[in-house]
Write a protein that binds this ligand. Structure first.
Ligand SMILES: C[S@@+](CC[C@H](N)C(=O)[O-])C[C@H]1O[C@@H](n2cnc3c(N)ncnc32)[C@H](O)[C@@H]1O
Length: 241
């Protein structure tokens, strides 16, 4: 029996960076347009391998990335050498004052490594405190929207990696379990690793209420600019009032 973890260890981090970068690239284009030309400070929570951070520093902004996974941060160090990186949970790291806070690619759905659901109300208040009036908070999450259950088996593969994902959604649509097996070529051998991710499904109506209570005006989107979000994903573009 595997313990539920939010891991992104070496191999899954490599697979995500190599094979699943489209969302981060789409979000990065959207964010750089959203910010405009003036130099800003941006904090990217759950920054993963640093694709958004790199687009930000290339556009002249100050970028700070936070992630739980040391393997993701090692990739981010190479991808975005001019960004500042912090290892830790986005719920616990102190947030510096900043103009924009991001959480791209569902980090807010993940349960803590001990599988506890962290409280979003306190987190949204912390985000609001770090922003000036008019400052922005942008994130995307899996929501309980109309559509088929997300339970399914899927696979993807590249030159030197393959990943099999067995997703189970509970009947009440409150949680997903992703049983992820990845294969990565190491020299002449292939290494197999398995991670079990527990994530919560969030309700748009709850998020709107919590964000409003924390002092945000909220717009819900189904794309980052030209990049459509996957089924049952929504992006929340929040402006501090
Ligand atoms: C699907 S990846 C997305 C990475 C990146 N934002 C992107 O779009 O490519 C989710 C990331 O969230 C991170 N994560 C999950 N829970 C977290 C937490 N509580 N604190 C910090 N990072 C977290 C994971 O380590 C992982 O790097």
């Amino acid at each position: 029996m595997l313990r539920p973890v939010t891991r992104y260890a070496d191999d899954l981090s490599y697979v995500h960076h190599t094979g699943f970068a489209d969302l981060a690239r789409g979000a990065a284009r959207f964010v750089v347009d959203l910010i405009g030309p003036e130099r800003r400070r941006v904090v990217d929570l759950g920054c993963g391998s640093g694709i958004v951070l790199r687009a930000l520093t290339d556009a002249g902004h100050e970028a700070i990335g936070v992630d739980l996974s040391p393997a993701m941060l090692a990739l981010a160090k190479r991808t975005a050498p001019r960004a500042r990186l912090l290892q830790g949970s986005l719920y616990r790291v102190p947030l510096p004052s900043t103009d924009l806070i991001l959480a791209i690619g569902e980090p807010l759905n993940y349960l803590e490594p001990d599988a506890r659901p962290p409280a979003l109300a306190a987190f949204f208040r912390k985000v609001a405190r770090a922003l000036p009036r008019g400052g922005r908070f942008l994130f995307d999450v899996i929501v309980d929207a109309p559509g088929r259950p997300l339970s399914r088996r899927a696979w993807a593969a590249g030159e030197d990696w393959a990943v099999l994902v067995d997703t189970t959604e509970d009947a009440a649509r409150t949680r997903l379990t992703r049983d992820v097996t990845s294969f990565v070529r190491r020299g002449r051998r292939w290494r197999r690793t398995r991670e079990l991710h527990h994530v919560r499904v969030l309700r748009t109506v709850d998020l709107r209420r919590l964000l409003r209570d924390a002092g945000f005006a909220v717009r819900v989107r189904t794309s980052y600019g030209e990049h459509p979000l996957a089924e049952r994903r929504r992006a929340f573009l929040c402006t501090k009032r």
